[in-house]
Design a protein around this ligand. Structure first.
Ligand SMILES: CC(C)(COP(=O)(O)OP(=O)(O)OC[C@H]1O[C@@H](n2cnc3c(N)ncnc32)[C@H](O)[C@@H]1OP(=O)(O)O)[C@@H](O)C(=O)NCCC(=O)NCCS
Length: 443
């Protein structure tokens, strides 16, 4: 088994930072003091409250198997605390018709005293080269700002939506689903949640969803020590069982009282459904909650069916829609060869990539059953008359990959050029997915 944490530090980025009197170094998970300093630097980078001893111990256990990297400045007043951090691990992401292992990149921070001198560039390019060395075809991250990662070849591939629902207007309009709701202690979902999530994630069309690691469940279920100053609204959980008593969905929520107590607002933290009945049962439960007049639901799909299940669709407002999961293609033939497509064709792709991983000419052939095979094209390309020809960047191809972005839109935006008639529309027909991709978590 590959020891991801032990792979040597990237020599190019090590040299680039050394030229600036900085040291790029792997953090040994067994070195408690180094891990603590790294966690403190990470929290500081995101303006989080300083973690207490209990929280540090829990976080240290959570990151123990990851590849943890720090940049140290021996001339800083506190030379033992990193001036930059990054953490990575391999994680599967669902793609149309299957899944793909990807290098998950997280905890990218640079201390405010050390920004804008190329440290993030050194960290990011090091991680991309490390992932490629490990044979991972894709890198991915969820981002704080949309301005940072395109320069490294990442493209936004999954968008998320936030909804505000006026529950005094949004009456349930569909038949009652078959099944039963149970109010449960959130901790019970440590056992009951993962199988439901696994089934929900395996549903056709659920592209863009990543693993939920053990630490993620603990955090989401309120089982990690809270950071100081975190407001203490009670987390509640509801589970939906099918008529055979098998859990098929659950929701996690908190209720915040209004200035005069009631009406209150319900903050939906998570809703996972492995069946349409579970989806309907859970939404109906939330919409009909007494003493609540509004639901706030962040991190949802851009196309939630619940809009079509209430009497007044205007009661449901999409108050936010933004990029969420960014993908970076490292091995283009593997990435394009792994997903299923919706229409056959031969696609000649001219891909530009400043960092070189996916740069060049490629031919993607999709058969009648939607299976794709991509190969680099070497020498003068002998294109058949009906080949679809497009030129685009590796980042924009990553945005198209899960079907959440339209090639026609990118062509109209001047980002994709068409070398044959209706090339973007034909690309869209092949890359189309039955549902927009959705990622329900941060990492
Ligand atoms: C984002 C962050 C890691 C960048 O670190 P940095 O070391 O200053 O970045 P670099 O000096 O390597 O800059 C690389 C490039 O990104 C640009 N850049 C960096 N941060 C940027 C930002 N927040 N917005 C826009 N551009 C940014 C730089 O201008 C530079 O551009 P160039 O390549 O065209 O010259 C740092 O600002 C930070 O820690 N922010 C707070 C935590 C955070 O948001 N992390 C990202 C989590 S997803």
């Amino acid at each position: 088994m590959t020891d991801y944490a032990a792979l040597p530090i990237d020599a190019d980025s090590h040299a680039a930072l050394a030229a600036d009197d900085l040291e790029l170094r792997l953090v040994d998970p067994a070195d408690d003091s180094a891990v603590t300093r790294w966690l403190q630097a990470d929290a500081r980078g995101f303006h989080d409250s300083a973690p207490g001893a209990e929280s540090l111990a829990a976080q240290a256990a959570e990151v123990a198997g990851d590849r943890i990297t720090a940049v140290l400045d021996p001339t800083a007043a506190d030379p033992a605390t990193p001036v930059a951090t990054v953490r990575c691990w391999p994680m599967d992401v669902t793609v149309p018709g299957g899944s793909l292992p990807a290098w998950a990149i997280s905890s990218v921070t640079v201390a405010p005293t050390h920004r804008r001198r190329g440290i993030a560039r050194a960290l990011l390019t090091a991680e991309l080269r490390t992932a490629a060395r490990l044979g991972l075809p894709l890198a991915m991250l969820t981002v704080s700002e949309a301005t940072i990662y395109a320069r490294y070849g990442f493209g936004p591939a999954v968008h998320q939506a936030g909804y505000t629902i006026d529950t005094t207007r949004a009456r349930w309009a569909r038949p009652a689903p078959a099944g039963r709701l149970h109010l449960v202690a959130p901790a019970t979902l440590q056992t009951d949640g993962p199988p439901v999530f696994a089934r929900a994630r395996a549903l056709a069309g659920a592209a863009g969803e990543v693993d939920r690691r053990e630490g993620w469940w603990r955090q989401a279920l309120g089982l990690m020590p809270a950071a100081p100053g975190t407001p203490g609204l009670t987390l509640r959980a509801v589970r939906f069982d099918d008529p055979d008593g098998i859990p098929q969905g659950f929701a996690l929520y908190r209720v915040a009282l209004g200035p005069n107590g009631y009406p209150a607002r319900l903050d939906l933290a998570d809703l996972v459904a492995a069946t349409d009945d579970a989806y309907a049962g859970l939404w109906r439960f939330l919409l009909e909650m007494d003493l609540v007049s509004e639901i706030s639901a962040p991190l949802r799909s851009v196309a939630e069916p619940v809009r079509w299940q209430v009497t007044d669709p205007r009661a449901l407002r999409k108050t936010d829609e933004r990029d969420h999961l960014w993908l970076r293609i490292l091995d283009l033939p593997v990435v394009l060869g792994r997903r299923r497509y919706s229409a056959p064709g031969t696609f000649h792709l001219t891909v530009s990539d400043d960092l070189g991983f996916a740069d060049g000419e490629f031919r993607l052939t999709v058969d009648e059953r939607g299976r794709g095979e991509a190969r680099p094209v070497s020498g003068p390309a002998a294109a058949a008359a009906d080949d679809v020809r497009v030129s685009l960047s590796a980042a924009d191809l990553a945005s198209l990959y899960l079907g959440g972005t339209s090639a026609v839109t990118l062509a109209r935006a001047g980002r994709l050029s068409e070398g044959s008639t209706d090339a973007a529309a034909r690309l869209d027909a092949a890359f189309h997915t039955i549902q927009p991709p959705h990622l329900s978590t941060w990492f």
